[in-house]
Write a protein that binds this ligand. Structure first.
Ligand SMILES: Cc1ncc(COP(=O)(O)O)c(C=O)c1O
Length: 380
């Protein structure tokens, strides 16, 4: 049944439970068939009201900060695989209490904290993030292997013999990538780190594996992972984020005003690109707008879509509609669940969209609404 938005108060992010379950089912089956571990990256999706659903399929998560590690512990009910570009001494005790695995971005951070880990009561498996200096991600903002990158240790800086405490290696080089991109990356890893692969028990291949995208060759991924696992005798971990929430829901907005300048009509909405869907400006990524076509289409009504912040560039270029837009019309941005809620701000005091879950049988459940107190409470 299609989601019924007729009664919804906008703006609102709406997660479709069945679509999330479909992704989870696929991810779980890749995990089981390849004989590997897959955990969920909170950085893409940390809408914790949905974690009870996630946990039915995938019980663990990766954290990149002390807060994400705590969320894993509290809401996923399991200790996190934690990696951060740099841990602070005052946070580390809590990080250790909430993590089953801790990966360091540099040897200096490892040396700084190795004694703490040794003295910690529960066993923590320790890894190092490596930088294979290979990635086919074209947008520099999302390329961890761009020259001079601060992320991961390059091969020439890693000692031939790893410290005895190191049990794993971690790399993250992909972004919305295919299994064929992973294959090229694994070749680069084998060329540069073959000696190190023989010294560890696990390898974490980071995120960016967009296995739930239509056309992704999951069969190829499974065979690739099986071969790598056998060849190096390693436990493999993948930590995708986007793949979990890919195409699982919308951001529903309304037209508040329509203005015209130099022949350009802009529909001003009750959402903001910079505050609620920043990838549209950063990547730049263009979400689909339901019942409309991208660009200026002859014979149709075309509009820029404007955000409700004062940032001059808070808009998305033209979309064409069959009918003239009217104040109060709903505009639905599709695939708006990953890297949206996790990145929102209250810049300009713009109201934060509510968060809802759609269930085919039960209908719409608004799980969180935001108000003035949330805005005021962020600062002092
Ligand atoms: C270390 C690490 N792991 C996992 C991810 C998740 O990647 P994605 O959401 O593209 O799958 C990221 C994303 O930036 C990352 O930096």
């Amino acid at each position: 049944m299609p989601i019924d938005y007729s009664q919804i108060k906008t703006p609102c992010y709406v997660l479709d439970e069945q679509l999330l379950r479909n992704n989870l089912q696929l991810i779980k089956s890749v995990r089981d068939r390849a004989g590997i571990e897959i955990i969920m990256a909170f950085k893409a999706f940390s809408m914790w009201s949905a974690f009870p659903i996630v946990r039915e399929y995938i019980p663990k998560a990766t954290a990149s900060s002390v807060f994400e590690a705590r969320l894993a512990f509290e809401e996923m009910g399991s200790k996190a695989h934690t990696y951060s570009p740099a841990y602070k001494t005052e946070d580390f005790k809590e990080i250790m209490a909430m993590s089953s695995h801790i990966t360091f971005n540099s040897l200096s951070q490892f040396n700084h904290f190795k004694q703490n880990i040794k003295e910690h009561t529960d066993k923590i498996s320790v890894g190092l993030r490596i930088n294979p200096q290979f990635s086919d991600v074209e947008t520099d903002l999302y390329n961890p292997c761009a020259p001079g990158s601060r992320l991961g240790i390059i091969a020439s800086q890693l000692p031939e013999q790893l410290p005895e405490e190191i049990e794993g290696l971690h790399f993250h080089t992909l972004c919305e990538s295919s299994s064929y991109d992973l294959e090229l990356t694994l070749k680069a890893i084998e060329e540069r780190f073959a000696n190190h692969l023989t010294q560890v028990k696990w390898i974490n291949m980071g995120g960016g594996h967009l296995m739930t995208r239509k056309g992704y060759d999951t069969e190829h991924l499974i065979q690739l992972l099986k071969r790598f696992k056998e060849k190096w005798n390693l436990h493999i971990i993948l930590e995708p984020g986007s793949a979990f929430a890919w195409e699982t829901g919308d951001l529903v907005s309304s037209v508040v005003d329509i203005v015209e300048n130099n022949g350009i009509k802009t529909a001003i909405l009750d959402v903001s690109f910079t505050a609620h869907m920043p990838d549209c400006l950063e990547m730049p990524y263009q979400p689909r707008v339901r019942n409309s076509e991208q660009g200026v289409i002859e014979g149709k009504y075309h509009y820029r879509l404007g955000g409700n912040s004062c940032l001059a560039g808070d808009y998305m270029e033209f979309w064409s509609f069959n009918k003239e837009l009217q104040i109060g019309d709903q505009l639905i941005f599709e695939d708006m669940i990953h890297y949206t809620m996790v990145k929102t701000t209250m810049f300009n005091g713009v109201p934060h969209p509510a968060i809802a879950i759609w269930d085919n049988k039960k209908g719409l459940n608004v799980v969180k609404e935001f108000g003035y107190d949330d805005y005021k409470g962020r600062l002092s």
